[in-house]
Design a protein around this ligand. Sequence first.
Ligand code: SF4
Length: 450
Amino acid sequence: MEKTIMLLARGGSVNEEIKRVAKIEGVSPEKLRERIADGRVVILRNIRKEKLKVVALGEGLSTKVNVNIGTSGTIIKPEMEIEKVKIAAKYGADAIMDLSIGGSIDKIREMVIEVAPNIPLGTVPTYQAWIEGVKRYGISMPDDWFLDIIEKQLKDGVDFMTIHAALTKDMAKKVVKSSRVMPIVSRGGAFLTAWMLENDKENPYRKHWDYLLELFAEYDAVISIGDALRPGAIADQHDEFQVGELIEAARLVRSAREKGVQTIVEGPGHMVLDQVVADIKFMKSLTGGAPYYVLGPLVTDIAMGYDHIAAAIGGAIAAAAGADFLCYLTPAEHLSLPNPEQVKEGLIAAKIAAHAGDLVKLGSKAAKKDLELSLFRTKLMWGKMFSYALDPEKAKRIYAQFGAQTQACNMCGQYCACLILEKYSKGRKEPNLNELIGRYEGSISKNFEL
Ligand code: SF4
């Protein structure tokens, strides 16, 4: 078996892949090697994949965004899911998770890989294990069945998987009888809990953790330690179950590192603003800086129809505080399987959140585009401005919605501040980009505290 990238880095090797990530992210290859070696940075990968672009997560790197797609139990339209994959690729998703639970799960995954072979693909293998396991064996499916599904998905080319190994049988028993508003909102967590309680057995991922590490090392794929007990309501934030599972996740991270297996940790969920920074800092400290993958966080429970905005507010703060990977939410969250347009809205909201966080976390390295755009905005250079938009078609459509009347836009028309001041500003020394970068760098605090 070849050495994993983590073990290679630990041995002092800076290979081509590490050099490529260093170039993309603008960091020193040696620093990056150190962070990969001790698990503070991971590269989403599966050595069976040939065309994969390098996407790295972790300390000192830009915040990445994941898009979930996949059939539901009731809406099974593989072609619509593929349309979502194309949207994710077009609007710049860094990773895609196929969370299909209806139809042929193998076939849909194959289609996703065919349409987007270069985008890292994630799954939650418990879904397939449960759905197909119940059909095949009933609810008493053997525990090694869960491992068979993982192995199959690794062979098929999945790059990272949510594994809910931090959930113990004891926690599962307690949480279902607890006074939490929502005992478990994780689908994979609910499947595993039902299996453990029905069969009175420990979580199969815990029982076979060492074997799982061997499997992931063989493919050099990434384990994303799932948070089955994430809060599904702000009233449940940071309770004994969420924190207890996170402590267990940290223990698993350490044991995976010993074997050279890359891990990331998943986080909430519903959480109010003032808790988000504390959550990120606590998790980073507990895990020795493992990359943190958060769902949102959703900073209010009442944003139905606009949960992508609630998630983007939390995501921006989380990214600024050090979260590394944002899972998007769509306007359909809590209501329905999203349609393709809602996938686009969710992705763009999450990308804005990630970038807003990076403006704090990475400083001027992330701000170049903002500073350039602002220079074009002062000069009303619309064509240039549109080239910076995350969705240029939408920006152009809105600009043109009442027809162009003046050189300015139709918000103020002839009373545009830029037009009025033009004659008085003649001869002023305009700032150049380098000056703006220096000014920006001096104006921000990267040690983000709410
Ligand atoms: S018209 Fe008003 S809103 Fe539009 S560019 Fe000028 S100042 Fe800005």
